[in-house]
Design a protein around this ligand. Structure first.
Ligand code: LRH
Ligand code: MN
Ligand code: MN
Length: 388
């Protein structure tokens, strides 16, 4: 059984990355509700991410999305982050918001457009070099809408070729992490629709290529914890994009729709050694706060991941293994449910206190006056948002 001190150490060591785009305005295709005080540029997004870290103590990195976070001097952006106590995390490429990509980016039938897309991915590796980021995170909106529109098999060949070129450009500790999603914006075929496709491409590429599991990217009813268990066992789980969903890719706060699913996922992470820093599994959020305030939305999300992790760490692994060996179906299930039903909030508050943080990050942030300050200061200019 995991000892109390091991549980505490694991919780203290877990790091959760927040996405720059969570701090900007976002919405659905029907309406973006602008909020006051949102960042006007990537520097201000990083300042907001630094607040999440300041109050939770476990969110020291922030992912960028290029070109949403394009700046002239990436070293200056990295220095700005360091000055605020955070670092640049994954670099997300964006080959889905250009007219040229209507029929695809790296899988487009037109070689000129494929070249343009791959050049962007290579440019993202330059950004990694400039910021010290380890991960190049790739998600492709590529696919087709109608049967016969393009050759499914040829598109896989083009994808493999593009990925190989980008992978060859990586140096040192850098990784290529490949995200899948079953549909949207393509509605008939998607070129990287599932973990199996992502896994097969990563396997061919090599050791530094791994799969990203975005929890909102599966068909309803998919057993995500099985995918997590499988990928971890194969050493191919690169990262999570955490969020929650009721319908499709809703990008709601992680743990909001189905905290039990999040616990089951974290149980497999713990079981498979995914909390060990050597496993290099990155715990990232990929969310949009369309109607709730953004910084508190991120703080709450970080806390939700911590709570699910704490419960997963409290699973009595010896008792579970004994019940499983004995074929004790109900006993094994009870061991898991005991952990899930444990209230871990006091434990996490205690750990924050020990780390010199306020035990309740939500209340501490509200008291800090930061929200009022940015509302007053960030007037004028264009507010950054999802896609801007
Ligand atoms: C695609 C996705 C991917 C993008 C992000 C903005 O749905 O999950 O991770 O980079 O949304
Ligand atoms: Mn994602
Ligand atoms: Mn998504």
């Amino acid at each position: 059984m995991t000892t109390a001190s091991a549980v505490r150490a694991a919780l203290k060591g877990q790091q959760i990355e927040t996405p720059s785009w969570a701090y900007g305005n976002s919405g659905t295709r029907f309406k973006v509700f602008a909020q006051q005080g949102v960042p006007r540029d990537p520097f201000e997004k990083i300042a907001d991410a630094a607040q999440v870290h300041a109050f939770t103590g476990v969110a020291p990195t922030v992912s960028l999305h290029i070109p949403w976070d394009k700046v002239a001097d990436y070293a200056a952006l990295a220095k700005h982050a360091a000055d605020l106590g955070v670092r640049i995390g994954a670099i997300n490429a964006n080959v889905f918001q250009d007219d040229d990509y209507m029929l695809g980016s790296v899988t487009n039938p037109d070689p000129r457009i494929r070249r343009k897309a791959v050049d962007h991915l290579l440019e993202c590796v330059d950004v990694m070099d400039g910021t010290g980021s380890r991960d190049l995170k790739l998600w492709f909106s590529d696919g087709t809408n109608y049967p016969g529109q393009d050759d499914i098999r040829a598109r896989q060949d083009r994808l493999a070729e593009a990925l190989a070129e980008v992978y060859a450009r990586l140096t040192g500790e850098q990784r290529l992490i490949l995200e899948y999603k079953f549909f949207e914006p393509a509605f008939y075929t998607t070129d990287v629709p599932d973990w199996g496709t992502a896994y097969a491409h990563c396997l061919k590429l090599g050791e530094r290529a791994k799969v990203v599991v975005d929890t909102g990217h599966h068909a309803p009813g998919t057993n995500i914890e099985f995918i997590v268990a499988f990928l971890l066992r194969e050493g191919k789980l690169g990262a999570f994009d955490f969020n929650s969903r009721f319908y499709a890719d809703d990008d709601l706060m992680v743990g909001a729709a189905d905290p039990f699913q999040l616990f089951r996922i974290m149980h497999e992470v713990v079981r498979g050694g995914g909390l060990d820093p050597a496993s290099e599994v990155a715990f990232m959020l990929d969310q949009c706060h369309n109607i709730e305030p953004k910084i508190p939305g991120q703080i709450r999300s970080v806390m939700n991941v911590q709570e699910a992790t704490a419960k997963a760490l409290l699973v009595d692994a010896d008792a579970l293994a004994a019940a499983q060996r004995a074929g004790d179906v109900l006993g094994a299930n009870a061991v898991l449910m005991d952990a899930y039903n444990t209230d871990v909030r006091a434990l996490l508050a205690e750990l924050r206190d020990e780390a010199g943080l306020a035990p309740d990050p939500m209340a501490a942030y509200a008291r800090s006056g930061y929200a009022e300050r940015i509302k007053a200061e960030r007037v004028g200019g264009t507010q950054a948002g999802w896609g801007a």
